[in-house]
Design a binder for this molecule. Structure first.
Ligand code: GAL
Length: 418
């Protein structure tokens, strides 16, 4: 072979070496803090890891167990304070703004612009992802919180009907208990108590009052007969929770509904991820229905990731890859099929999704037109973390103190909103 024949082969070889060197330079490690450790959550996060690795980067898992993410947020604070933040962290709602104010977050505008996020995200979502007009977080999904998950076989055995009002709930729950089942699967943890109370309050006062009380923190709405009525209903509902609920994890409560020990659970649609992971089909094996009194309203909970500013170019590129992967339609589909939520990206084909997800998407759209779309305060979306923490304390104290009156709890709620 002479030189003329070798030349193209050699140049192709050199190009390949150069390109592989390039991609090596560009790939980086991303340490991702999250609290997705239940069966359905782990399946979902595995998809994110896969998508990142497909882009040539390395995923360093930083999972901090604990539903609702309170423990994860404490761990995050200590890592940042010690000058060693992870590359990315699952942070939501007003918490995003708080981190951005500290000046520690990476600006994601370039990735957002290249990916057309402004046109692909509903405003109610992109507003939360921006600080001072710049993207500092990337949204993953939309969870609906005001759901009730029911085991139809248990209802049938008890001769009870899936309730649509809290009055009808009491009738059904009595029958279920008499038939020897646990009426409500619940875990006595502050965030689960708040999740239950949030749905009761929405069902009692409606979306407009809910917004005044939990978003505007309006004192008149907080310190109102509607709040008192909500606590009275919580007291009634509480009787139907079993004695072993203290500190039970939410996914173990879901398992009680899955295996027919309990009739229902009030939980956001990450619970559906557990039914899916157990191979169950909605409509036959389980039923999803709005929590009593909340049909047409939608408490939203958007999972998102913030990225901490990096010096290293490879780490910056890996962050961009992660953000880009999260908004990829392929990821939006597979992740949300496993997670129980719906895609956050507009215009997605939902044909592979089940009826609960389709209902959720339809209600998200109609609630946003009808002004019954409200942020979930139990899931960090509605108020500054300090007020949220104070309200969690009130609800949990009420549940753990049989002598506390609804009137006393109402006053404490108003104080927590200050
Ligand atoms: C929520 C989170 C969901 C789900 C749930 C239980 O706050 O948004 O994605 O994981 O906690 O851990």
């Amino acid at each position: 072979m002479n030189w003329r024949m070798w030349k193209p082969i050699l140049s192709a070889f050199l190009l390949a070496v150069a390109l592989s060197g390039c991609s090596r330079d560009k790939s980086g490690e991303v340490e991702v803090l999250h609290w997705w450790t239940s069966g359905g959550e782990a399946r979902s996060v595995a998809e994110l890891k896969k998508m990142l690795e497909e882009r040539g980067d390395t995923w360093k898992d930083f999972a901090v167990a604990g539903g609702g993410g309170e423990t994860a947020m404490t761990v995050l604070k200590s890592r940042v304070v010690s000058g060693n933040p992870p590359t990315a962290a699952q942070v939501k709602g007003p918490g995003i703004q708080e981190w951005a104010r500290e000046g520690v977050l990476a600006n994601l505008d370039d990735t957002a612009k290249a990916g057309d996020w402004d046109n692909l995200l509903p405003d109610v979502v992109s507003n939360v992802m921006k600080y001072d007009g710049h993207y500092v977080a990337v949204p993953v999904n939309v969870h609906r919180v005001n759901w009730m998950w029911a085991n139809p076989e248990v209802f049938a055995k008890a001769g009870a009907e899936v309730p649509t009002t809290w009055e009808a709930f009491a009738v059904a729950a009595d029958k279920i208990q008499k038939a020897g089942f646990i009426a409500i699967a619940h875990g006595g943890q502050p965030w689960q108590d708040a999740t239950l109370f949030e749905s009761i309050a929405l069902g009692t006062g409606g979306a407009e009052w809910y917004r005044k009380a939990f978003v505007d923190l309006d004192q008149d709405a907080l310190n109102s007969p509607t709040m008192k009525k909500s606590f009275e209903t919580l007291r009634m509902v509480q009787q139907y929770i079993d004695k072993d609920a203290a500190n039970r994890d939410w996914n173990l409560a879901t398992a009680m509904v899955i295996n027919g020990k309990a009739a229902m659970q009030f939980m956001g649609d990450w619970a559906k991820g557990e039914f899916t992971a157990a191979g169950k089909t909605p409509g036959t094996d389980y039923v999803c229905a709005p929590a009593p009194g909340t049909d047409g309203a939608f408490t939203f909970n958007i999972d998102s990731f913030i990225m901490f500013e990096q010096k290293d170019d490879a780490a910056k590129t890996a962050q961009a890859h992660l953000a880009e992967a999260i908004m990829d339609p392929k990821f939006q589909e597979i992740f949300n099929l496993n997670k129980g939520s719906i895609p956050v990206r507009l215009g997605m084909d939902l044909s592979k999704f089940d009826q609960c997800a389709k209902d959720s998407a339809a209600q998200f759209a109609s609630a946003s037109t009808n002004k019954t779309l409200v942020p979930s305060w139990a899931h960090e979306m509605a108020m500054p973390p300090a007020n949220k923490g104070a309200m969690f304390d009130v609800v949990t104290a009420f549940m753990n103190s049989p002598d506390m009156t609804a009137a006393a709890a109402t006053e404490k709620m108003a104080a927590a909103g200050k």
